[in-house]
Design a protein around this ligand. Structure first.
Ligand code: UDP
Ligand code: MG
Length: 369
């Protein structure tokens, strides 16, 4: 399951010598959907590898990041583009990115209108990416760009997602590593895709697989599970991790709660999104049927009291607890079954409105005519 082991390298990324930035014409401002941003010998028109980085208030890091990315990427054979997505930074990150785009080739910077969150920023970068392989990583130099060529190398015909594992993670234990260990165990168990490190942004994806996965909420960490759901094959390899050198983490403990809520959504999507009635109907029936049985029993008991004058039933019916319970259970049963029906309709609208099939084809071959 795990690929080549990681070399220990604790030099800071910014300390490494990167090739000096070549001079190039000033980057033009780009409207959304426009063609390649500059003409550097056509190198940008069809890159094979797209590197997507969400950037939020990382002004001190972006320069070193850019240098390190170019140093690593120029040592590997594929043509590449680097997409930096400024997620509504307020610390001067955008002017810094504009300066970088004027100095470095293969760079595309996208500026979101406000802070939409890491998942949305990654999504914007993925949508803009043109490579057949997409690598994502953090902007804060905690992930090491030197690991990218190795991840891409491991992407063979049999592998669609190469997931980074921060085996020697440089974050505080109590607030980060412990919750992360628990979360990874829980996510692995619930999604059935067993990984040590869902939270590591440094991962390589086959673009066609990634494009099939729509991201909402804080879902970027679940991409390997969502991808495996559409048939992708996922492997995990250890990658380096460095302590944060500049700025501060954008997250705290409260993220754990959001991850758990997203996990419920993912589980639902994985298991029931195409047959929601099975999930809600089961709950509805298991509440509604006992309610009906209780009601029937009370009606029978009442009748037997009226007809035969036996006393025990009168006691039961007089207790509001039983009457209320019966009706409450029936009501909840009806509610859950109705939610199931609504969800069935929604699920059909979801798939049909996007012409989204309920299957994913890996390849098709035809005999020669
Ligand atoms: N990030 C982002 N939008 C946000 C929060 C974070 O684009 O609203 C980026 C951030 O700039 C960094 C990455 O997401 O590149 C991971 O954030 P951070 O390093 O704070 O998370 P941690 O490594 O502490 O889990
Ligand atoms: Mg970080």
């Amino acid at each position: 399951m795990f690929g080549a082991d990681v070399r220990a390298d604790h030099r800071g990324i910014g300390d490494r010598a990167a090739a000096p930035a070549p001079d190039r014409p000033a980057a033009r401002g780009l409207e959304q959907g426009a063609a390649a941003p500059y003409d550097a010998a056509g190198a940008m028109s069809e890159p094979l590898l797209s590197v997507v980085v969400p950037v939020y208030n990382e002004v001190e890091s972006v320069e070193a990041l850019c240098g390190a990315l170019h140093a690593s990427l120029s040592r590997q054979p594929r043509t590449y583009e680097i997409i930096l997505v400024d997620d509504g930074s307020t610390d001067g990150t955008w002017p810094a990115l504009v300066r970088l785009a004027n100095r470095w080739p293969h760079l595309r910077c996208i500026r979101l209108r406000r802070n939409f969150g890491q998942t949305a920023a990654m999504s914007a970068g993925i949508d803009a990416a043109r490579g057949g392989i997409i690598v994502t990583l953090d902007a804060d130099l905690q992930n090491d760009p030197d690991d990218i060529p190795r991840l891409v190398e491991l992407m063979s015909d049999d592998v669609d997602v190469v997931s980074g594992w921060r085996k020697d993670r440089k974050d505080p234990f109590l607030s980060r590593r412990l919750p992360s260990m628990l979360a990874n165990g829980l996510i692995s168990r619930i999604t059935g895709v067993s990984l040590h490190d869902y939270g590591c942004t440094l991962k390589a994806y086959r673009a066609e697989v990634l494009r099939r996965v729509r991201l909402y909420g804080e879902m970027h960490r679940f991409i390997p599970a969502l991808a495996s759901w559409v048939g992708a094959r996922v492997i995990e390899v250890p990658v380096r991790h460095h302590p944060r050198r500049f700025g501060r983490s954008k997250y705290g403990l409260s993220r754990t709660l959001r991850v758990v809520l997203d996990l419920i959504t993912v589980k639902y999507l994985l298991r029931y999104s195409q047959r929601p009635m099975q999930a809600f109907g089961k709950i509805g029936l298991s509440l509604g049927l006992p309610g009906l049985a209780l009601l029937a029993f009370m009606v029978a008991a009442h009748l037997s009291y009226r007809l035969f004058g036996t006393g025990w039933a009168a006691e039961l019916i007089k207790r509001p607890f039983w009457v209320i319970s019966a009706f409450l259970l029936i009501l909840m049963g009806v509610q859950f079954i109705s939610i199931g029906l609504l969800a069935e309709v929604l699920s059909r609208t979801y798939h049909e409105a996007q012409a989204k099939p309920i299957y994913a084809i890996r390849e098709t071959i035809e005999s020669p005519s």
